[in-house]
Design a protein around this ligand. Sequence first.
Ligand SMILES: Cc1cc2nc3c(=O)[nH]c(=O)nc-3n(C[C@H](O)[C@H](O)[C@H](O)COP(=O)(O)OP(=O)(O)OC[C@H]3O[C@@H](n4cnc5c(N)ncnc54)[C@H](O)[C@@H]3O)c2cc1C
Length: 324
Amino acid sequence: MTILVYTENREGRLIKAAFELISYAKEVAQKTNARVVALSIGDVNRDELMKTANYGATRVVTINDEKLSLMDNKRYISVVAEVAEKEQAEIILLPDNTTGKALTPGLSAKLKAGLVSGVASLPQSYDPFIVKKKVYSGKSIANVKILTDRKILTLPSNSFGVIEPESNGEPQIEEFTPDADMESKINLVSMNKVTDKILLSEAEIVVSGGRGMKGPENWGMIEELAGLLNAATACSRPVSDEGWRPHSEHVGQTGKVIAPNLYIACGISGAIQHVAGISSSKCIVAINKDDEAPIFDVADYGIVGDVQKVLPQLTQAIKAIKEA
Ligand SMILES: Cc1cc2nc3c(=O)[nH]c(=O)nc-3n(C[C@H](O)[C@H](O)[C@H](O)COP(=O)(O)OP(=O)(O)OC[C@H]3O[C@@H](n4cnc5c(N)ncnc54)[C@H](O)[C@@H]3O)c2cc1C
């Protein structure tokens, strides 16, 4: 049996989620006697591809074609499907991020493969194949049985973690040229790249603000704390709807679903739709002036107080620790 892992890269470097997926695949492979094949699309150098072996990949299929430099979902779906057929992959793993969400529905239809997105843990059983996923905005867990021979799973970033890398030698690297038509019908007119920020989907620490921050003029406090902690910034939906922050920062049911090690919620009430996007965080710290705010029901640590007073003090205290 083969487990095919889609390893995404940014500017030629494999993202952390790629190593998490391979780590997950390795655990599944140990239980099912499978081999783990990594698929890389783009200009990723050999040294970077070799790292996949340390997490459990024994083989890498790499496709580096200028025509695929633009993420055109239709082309990517054809190419990933072709590799899955060629490798006779029974399980295909993708990240539960924008890329995974864009590719998996089409891939599932093309390969006639059952799809479970946002898988919460290793499979419960392999025959029948049953996996857990969160449903109803994270309020409940469903055991989902996949009936098709071929299965597609997406894994939320930072939920499974990365295994301790081992030196496993070199993976077999195959440069592959797909038969699929890779000519895109999309013309890229312009692109604004965010380069100086920590990616929210990859961040280990996230400092997030809600309507309790009162206005965009107060976001300096969030940014200062985030800078100090090497954290990404996020926000609740009304904050991005108001235009205080970009939509790319909005977390929750209709925004990004994240699972950082530490989530600091500042002036956020903790509505169910917000919590749906952050409930897998390993530790939640909430600052809210209302001691009955629902965010305290999910928080590991709570500070009851005015963000305008608490945030500067917290920032000062962390600065003092760092300088000590
Ligand atoms: C279909 C649907 C989908 C949705 N999807 C999302 C989603 O993806 N993400 C999301 O976030 N929301 C989503 N929402 C909206 C959600 O229901 C809430 O309205 C929203 O999360 C509330 O945002 P908030 O906590 O920032 O604001 P509020 O609910 O206004 O809460 C502000 C909080 O700040 C506190 N506060 C006020 N002043 C201070 C202060 N000075 N110091 C400290 N605390 C203070 C208040 O006590 C309060 O708890 C969705 C709603 C619907 C219907």
